[in-house]
Design a protein around this ligand. Structure first.
Ligand code: ADP
Ligand code: MG
Length: 421
């Protein structure tokens, strides 16, 4: 549980141009966002992150980010301006202020040395400075993707109090009363109201609350989930880059779901329950059953002859399969994805019971949630079942994919943002 120093949510009145950077999983994105009331205009560019960068020295990763920022500025003709930047950095950080956050530990396959325990905003600013005068960017807020997700949703729906990510990893944040945050070391009255500028209207919704980043992916790291972990959960954990860590995440998120399915398929085949007892080289290869296959398979209807399931099995080089095998593969995918959706629901219901307001919207984002055909429905069912009496979840609102309002935090908090036009 980490306080984020984010004390207010956008209310739709924010205006201006904002730059955002999103690092936290498979890709790295740079975005230019223009807010005009509830209209949001966005330009974004995705840059790949190679395995070398994910495991190489931290300075190389931050130098690459600075280089991409400069390319983006050039492409959109923004070189003359000093740009303010909201940095969505989706790894567990101990935040010491809005622009100071130490990485606690890498997750989701990153291992770059020289970054853990360091202030990532400083590392980014130093990398930007190393590029010399060709780039002029000031990081005005660092936040987690859960917070960005909650803010994007709150912009349109003022009941939003919880943000959830179901993508490469999983995590959640929620609004908490400051008096309940025993670790809070910030000012209880800040941010004070600042003068209105011509370019931006300020939200009045500044209260004695703060968004808490739960880092729920690490739930279970002290054995709390051992009573439901299976042998194959242990196999996935042992083969990962961070054994013993992020146990809840490893039972839920996209980085691990396909692998869990693969391990069950291999076990069933070896036990002669599937594929006439035969596997294939691909099926025996770690990481080869992608999580996107689970979504693809779940779109099959039996009446259509399991077209997608067959296609995936063909791709994996499985030769001997029957219609019954297809049905069983479907069942395995259903069971593993339902378990993930139910576990995420247990976390959401716990947060909603804690927030204890009658009608709350939960903002959910991430490709697993977005593309899996049944995740939303399963989560709605289970979350409602687990809520205390009198608490309702109005909707699990899927936030706009392209809308990352992380830089608006700077607007609410410290008014450091400068505008491009
Ligand atoms: P990130 O979490 O890295 O910021 P995303 O939210 O796009 O980015 O999540 C990417 C992850 O989502 C991938 O690593 C993969 O595990 C999972 N994923 C991608 N496509 C699908 C899909 N079609 N169905 C289910 N999961 C998917
Ligand atoms: Mg993301």
């Amino acid at each position: 549980m980490y306080p984020t120093y984010v004390r207010g949510l956008p209310d739709g009145s924010e205006r201006g141009h904002f730059l955002a950077l999103d690092l936290g999983g498979t890709n790295f994105r740079v975005l230019l966002i223009t807010l005009k009331g509830i209209d949001v205009e966005m330009k974004n560019k995705i840059f790949p992150i190679s395995q070398e960068l994910m495991h190489g020295e931290g300075t190389l990763l931050f130098d690459y980010i600075a280089e991409c920022l400069e390319m983006f500025q050039r492409e959109y003709n923004l070189m003359q301006d000093t740009l303010s930047l909201g940095f969505t950095f989706s790894f567990p950080c101990k935040q010491e202020g809005l622009t100071k956050a130490r990485l606690v530990k890498w997750t989701k396959g990153f291992t770059c040395p020289g970054v853990e325990n360091e202030d990532v905003v400083r590392l980014l600013n130093e990398a930007i400075a190393r590029r010399g005068s060709s780039i002029n960017i000031q990081c005005t807020a660092l936040l987690n993707d859960t917070v960005g997700c909650l803010m994007s949703c709150a912009f349109l729906d003022h009941n939003s109090m919880v943000g959830v990510i179901l993508g490469t990893g999983t995590n959640a944040c929620y609004m908490e009363h400051l008096d309940k945050v025993l670790t809070w070391d910030g000012d209880f009255d800040e941010p004070k109201r600042v003068e209105q500028s011509e370019n931006v209207q300020h939200s009045d919704a500044i209260s004695r609350k703060v968004i808490i980043n739960t880092e729920w992916g690490a739930f279970g790291d002290n054995g709390e989930l051992d009573f439901i972990r299976t042998d194959l959960d242990h196999v996935v954990d042992k083969a990962s880059l961070n054994p013993g860590k992020q146990i809840f995440e490893k039972m839920i998120s996209g980085m691990y779901m396909g692998e869990l399915v693969r391990l069950v398929l291999v076990k069933c085949a070896r036990d002669e329950l599937l594929f006439s007892g035969e596997t294939s080289q691909d099926l025996e290869t770690q990481g080869r059953f992608y999580t996107k296959y689970v979504s693809k398979l779940k779109r099959d209807e039996e009446s259509e002859g399991y077209t997608n399931t067959k296609q995936v099995l063909d791709e994996l080089g499985v030769e001997k399969y029957t219609m019954d095998d297809c049905r069983h593969v479907q069942y395995i995918c259903s069971t593993i994805s339902s378990r993930a959706a139910y576990l995420a629901s247990a976390g959401i219901a716990t947060l909603l019971n804690r927030v204890n307001l009658p009608n709350v919207t939960v903002a959910v984002d991430g490709s697993l949630y977005r593309f899996h055909p049944h995740f939303h429905r399963r989560m709605m069912e289970k979350t409602k079942e687990l809520l205390d009496n009198g608490i309702q979840v109005s909707d699990l609102l899927l936030t706009c994919p392209s809308c990352d309002l992380s830089p608006v935090v700077g607007c609410n908090e410290v008014h450091l943002l400068r505008y491009i036009t």
